[in-house]
Design a binder for this molecule. Structure first.
Ligand code: GSH
Length: 214
């Protein structure tokens, strides 16, 4: 397997954690999102992934995009250790937490979205950062409540083991800190993130530990 990844990409980090958690051997190909006008817009990358976003995963002569689809693929092909609970109710809740981050928070702070705010919409860095904090905060409010409802509020978002939801939380917390979001209103998320970062699958895959980190 080959993962196309950018060190600071939170969607790539989700997949890096999944590969590490499951102990799946793979190579990593760095795709620089800024250099050369964005290597994800190159002809060769477009050919592989017409969505022109990272991550992408190549396996068995096929290329998959979208981090959660990739993680579901890894879950099906390498079920142990699992990233989804054994019961269908639990799986639906974990997926809804993961999607809450991946669909409702993260896309609003993606670099192409912020680039559009800064460029065509002529917004300054201050309002753009405020935009990011607003949307992360809104998403975190509900995630904090769900974390208390479905987990112990200190170790994992759901139940008593790592799940796909946690793979989305840690990178999102990293982004929240990058944009100086006040995390005091989210003590459960802070505690869970601190615990997750003690686990090798999370710590060794963090942005700064990547070979392409700047
Ligand atoms: N929904 C996609 C999001 C992928 C995504 O937005 N990736 C970002 C990096 S985290 C990217 O490639 N951005 C490039 C750009 O905005 O031009 C997923 O989960 O894989």
């Amino acid at each position: 397997m080959k993962l196309f990844s950018y060190w600071r990409s939170s969607a790539s980090w989700r997949v890096r954690i999944a590969l590490s958690w499951k102990g799946i051997p793979h190579g990593t190909v760095p795709v620089h999102l800024v250099r050369d006008g964005g290597q994800h817009h190159s002809e060769s990358y477009h050919e592989m992934n017409p969505q022109e976003l990272v991550p992408a995963l190549a396996d068995d002569d096929r290329v998959f995009s979208q981090s959660l689809a990739i993680i579901e693929y890894l879950e099906e092909t390498h079920p142990d250790p699992p990233l989804l609970p054994p019961d269908f109710h639990g799986r639906a809740i974990v997926r809804s937490m993961a999607l809450g981050v991946a669909c409702d928070i993260h896309p609003l702070q993606n670099s192409r979205v912020l680039g559009y705010l800064r460029g065509p919409l002529a917004q300054a860095d201050g309002p753009v950062a405020e935009w990011v904090r607003h949307w992360i905060g809104l998403g975190f409010r509900s995630l904090e409540e769900l974390a208390r409802r479905y987990g112990d509020g200190t170790h994992y978002l759901y139940g008593d083991d790592v799940s796909m939801a946690d793979l989305c939380l840690a990178p999102q917390m990293y982004n929240a800190r990058r944009y100086h979001l006040d995390l005091k209103p989210y003590p459960a998320l802070v505690a869970i993130d601190a615990h997750l970062m003690t686990l090798p699958a999370f710590a060794t895959t963090r942005p700064e530990a990547q070979p392409d980190a700047e």
